[in-house]
Ligand binder design. Structure first.
Ligand SMILES: Nc1ncnc2c1ncn2[C@@H]1O[C@H](COP(=O)(O)OP(=O)(O)O)[C@@H](O)[C@H]1O
Ligand SMILES: [Mg+2]
Length: 479
């Protein structure tokens, strides 16, 4: 297909689009979303479209926008388009004006084409836009998309959204799924590298080379425009699957009761055995390791506890996780979305005391996910990958699967991906408490109390405690 654009009877020769490319470029839906392979001609295709729109529908004060993730990237499209115009023989210079310093092209009909970066969201408000292209949409922020959306409200302008697939945790991926499901005014297109080969714009060897050199998921995303979810998860699935055999039912469950102190006004919590209580015990504080370290005959375990505080109004859980310091085995979990922050503190004190005066590491209120993003969380992510901890609770394990990197590369919970970042940051729970527990364990001695072997320990092990005393000895002395 040959695409010919007229500007006041001047013929511009633009690249001829191959059929699948043309189908997407010429789609007249208000919103056209295209997930496509790299080098499949998305950018070129949309450049011809935007220029055609500006020629056909331009007028004084009418803006046409090209948006790329950053300004420098928009420069690539600007330069290509400016070269098209400047390089066309016989086109009078009065018909267009390219301003390199501002990356704008003004056409004789009054239309202005702007090439902007989505990184400067504030520059994306205010103007009336008559057609827009969002290039590399999966790499543009969601805020930029909202800003662009406001500029096309009054004009009812058409928008083309094009990009590679970049995991599933971004707004472009979500919009594409909605478009694919038939959302009103939206249409969806999909171009793979094989389509580009068939269209004659990409060499088949190029794909084979990429297939050989790239990891499977990267090839799938970049060349087949197919989402690879494992790329985006925070905790590697292999590390989590390795925990499955460790899962147990709790050996006992406890609840807490708040009591009034006799001497003052303060309150404290006591732990009480309760069927289906919120405190799940997987290891008693008195349990000793199966195998004692060399040179020790008796140990008392030490425990580290991490705690994540929530509002206690039903939205998310307040969670405490207790781990044994010597083998990072999950000993206990408390989770409740009803406990108030002050009662939660009392429960932590009671649990800490029960677990041999465990070191408690609570998160500062409303900074749960921040913890996970900080070094403390990185260590926990690493520990899971190395299979250092032993997880016992199925809820704890399942929650790890929900953590993903969001469009900005920040750790977030999948269930909350639709919520604004400031709301997500407030949510925290088991995973965060675990990360903090790891830190607490790292800061604690391996055992709370130890009894060392002596030179007569061998005799105790043979005869039992004191069993090596010889009854005959006292008599022998008398002799
Ligand atoms: N229809 C076409 N005819 C000729 N060349 C094309 C066509 N579409 C794309 N190309 C060329 O293929 C290359 C990749 O195109 P581009 O639009 O930058 O791909 P993408 O944005 O999908 O990565 C460019 O060199 C471009 O000139
Ligand atoms: Mg491109």
């Amino acid at each position: 297909m040959r695409l010919v654009v007229f500007i006041m009877a001047i013929t511009l020769q633009l690249p001829a689009l191959y059929a699948k490319q043309a189908a997407f470029v010429n789609d007249t839906a208000r919103y056209t979303a295209c997930e496509a392979s790299t080098k499949s001609g998305k950018t070129i295709g949309c450049m011809t479209w935007l220029l055609r729109e500006a020629c056909n529908r331009g007028g004084p004060g009418r803006n046409f926008w090209w948006i790329a993730p950053i300004y420098q990237q928009a420069a690539i499209a600007y330069t290509r388009m400016a070269n098209w115009l400047r390089g066309t023989p016989g086109i009078p210079r009065m018909l267009f004006a390219c301003t390199d310093s501002r990356q704008t092209i003004r056409l004789a009909n009054g239309a202005v084409l702007w090439f902007k970066g989505a990184d400067n969201e504030d520059s994306l408000y205010g103007e009336d836009v008559y057609a827009a292209v969002i290039d590399e949409a999966s790499r543009c922020s969601e805020a930029a998309w909202y800003a662009i959306r406001t500029t096309i409200t009054a004009t009812q302008a058409p928008v083309k959204l094009i990009g590679n697939v970049q995991g599933t945790a971004n707004w472009f991926y979500r919009m594409c799924r909605q478009a694919q499901a038939g959302k009103e005014n939206w249409s969806y297109h999909h171009l793979t590298a094989y389509d580009a080969v068939a269209g004659g714009v990409l060499a088949a060897e190029e794909i084979e080379d990429a297939k050989r050199t790239l990891p499977e998921w990267a090839f799938r995303e970049l060349y087949l425009a197919d989402a690879s979810d494992s790329l985006r998860v925070v905790f590697a699935p292999q590390g989590l699957d390795a925990q499955r055999p460790n899962l147990r039912d709790p050996i006992l469950t406890l609840d807490y009761a708040i009591k009034q102190r006799r001497e003052g006004t303060g309150q404290y919590a006591v732990l009480v055995p309760a069927h289906n209580g919120p405190i799940k015990v997987y290891m008693l504080p008195s349990e000793t390791p199966d195998k004692l370290p060399f040179g020790l005959v008796e140990v008392e375990r030490s425990f580290g506890m991490g705690a994540d505080v929530s509002e206690g109004v039903g939205a998310s859980d307040s969670v405490a996780e207790v781990f044994a310091c010597d083998n990072m085995e999950q000993a206990c979990e408390f989770a409740s979305n009803k406990v108030s922050p002050s009662d939660f503190g009392r429960v932590l004190a009671a649990l800490g005391q029960y677990y041999n005066e465990a070191l408690v590491c609570p998160v500062r209120k409303l900074h749960g996910v921040t913890t996970l993003r900080a070094r403390i969380g990185v260590r926990w992510i690493d520990a899971i990958a190395k299979r250092t901890p032993i997880l016992r609770c199925v809820d704890t394990l399942d929650q790890h699967r929900q953590y993903i990197y969001d469009e900005a590369g920040r750790i977030t919970q999948q269930a909350l991906a639709e919520l604004p970042p400031h709301v997500r940051d407030r949510h925290g729970d088991r995973v965060i408490a675990c990360a903090l527990a790891l830190r607490a364990c790292g800061d604690s001695p391996v055992f709370a109390r130890t009894v060392k072997a002596t030179s007569m320990t061998w005799a105790e092990s043979v005869y039992g405690p004191g069993g090596y005393k010889q009854p005959g000895m006292a008599e022998a002395k008398k002799w």
